[in-house]
Write a protein that binds this ligand. Structure first.
Ligand SMILES: [Zn+2]
Length: 384
């Protein structure tokens, strides 16, 4: 794996990772995102449907917590998860947890980290963790880490998390070199440590910028657990290269569609469409009745009655299958009648929109227009 940076402006890194995967045939543009999956499958989509989407991330993320209880089956299969799950040609990254799934805290010890499968808690020592990675055979994987450092964690607890994570990294590296199945795989060291600063997003970014300054420039920086567009932008400015993409899935799960604009050079026709679209008609950021806290200002809630007779596409000008063939009213109908097709169509749109945002982000970095993109992303109803 090689990282080539083509442009670095005030800490933002534009570049490309080449020589990825065991074959070395993949490359990944930075800043970018990984393809979020559950059990190696993008939720709601079959592999065939998924691959009708253009510009998919070349790196697929799986999480170990959904696979840990299948260790024996994977060992018996013997050819790794990519083949087991019938994945198309992709680079496989295995993270420890699925950050879109809440998990109980308080179960990590000096020697073990707990993950939660459908059958309950599984305690992982470094040795068991590495045996699982050998069965999974990812191209990239993170080292074992004690990640229990919420904003409320004391400095003592954060220090303990750092110490444990460093010990786990040493154990994982030692076993990595002895494991035939992991030959050619890349291991991502984990930077751990909570801080009271994390309670405020702008200070959290200062903290991340402080960390990235200390990291080697020729290695990619992957941040898990951040996906909201404004936070992604702030973290790119703090020197982060890669993000996961559970955000569009979470938006889909609450019956919402991403509708923020990332077009910094709208042609006259699409400018008119946007004025009539979700950005300026008071729809964006409407709170859901089910879960008003989770919804972000970057999405619209299609369960809302106002869409019952709204015959426009989700986002004017969007090239996804859903926007080319269906209207908001149909999505509203599918959601209120609990049809499974709602999740399929929303996932197609949300993933397309999210990948489009990252392409726009790279384009803005290349053309020196990141601030214009930031203004576009952060505009609220009636703004700009
Ligand atoms: Zn669409």
């Amino acid at each position: 794996m090689r990282l080539e940076l083509s442009r670095v402006v005030q800490g933002c890194r534009r570049g490309v990772l080449t020589g990825l995967g065991r074959s070395g045939g993949h490359s990944l543009e930075l800043p970018g995102c990984l393809l979020y999956t559950r059990c190696a499958s993008v939720p709601h989509l079959t592999h065939d449907t998924l691959h009708t989407l253009p510009h998919l991330p070349p790196v697929t993320q799986i999480s170990l917590d959904s696979l840990a209880e299948h260790q024996e089956v994977l060992e018996e299969f013997g050819e790794g998860v990519a083949k087991f799950a019938g994945l198309h040609d992709t680079v496989l990254f295995c993270s420890l947890h699925d950050l879109a799934t809440p998990r109980p805290s308080g179960y990590n010890t000096n020697k073990t980290v707990s993950v939660w499968g459908s059958g309950g808690r599984i305690e992982l020592s470094a040795a068991r963790y590495m045996a699982l990675q050998a069965a999974i055979r990812p191209d990239w994987y993170q080292s074992l880490a004690d990640g229990e450092t919420p904003p409320s964690a004391s400095r003592k607890r954060a220090r303990k998390a750092v110490d444990r994570t460093l010990t786990h990294l040493d154990e994982c590296l030692s076993l990595h070199h002895q494991t035939q199945e992991l030959r050619g795989a890349e291991i991502f060291g984990v930077v751990e440590g909570g801080d009271v600063l994390e309670e405020r997003p702008e200070l959290r970014c200062q903290l991340i910028a402080g960390v990235t300054k200390e990291l080697p420039e020729d290695k990619p920086r992957l941040l898990l657990g951040v996906g909201c567009p404004d936070e992604v932008l702030a973290c790119v400015e703090a020197g982060v290269d890669l993000f996961e993409s559970s955000f569009p899935f979470q938006v889909t799960e609450r019956g919402c569609a991403l509708c923020f604009s990332f077009n910094i050079e709208p042609d006259p026709e699409s400018a008119v469409l946007e004025r009539n679209g979700p950005q300026s008609d008071g729809e964006r950021g409407a709170k859901t009745q089910d879960d008003p806290e989770q919804m972000t200002p970057f999405e619209m809630n299609l369960k809302d009655k106002r869409y019952r007779d709204d015959f426009r596409p989700l986002v004017a000008g969007c090239e996804c299958y859903c926007c080319r063939h269906h209207q908001r009213a149909y999505l509203h109908h599918l959601l209120v009648t609990n049809e499974l097709l709602a999740g399929v169509l929303l996932m197609l749109h949300n993933l397309t929109h999210y990948c489009g945002f990252f392409r726009a982000l790279r384009g803005a970095l290349e053309s020196g227009r990141l601030q214009a993109l930031r203004r576009r992303i952060l505009q609220r109803e009636g703004g700009v």
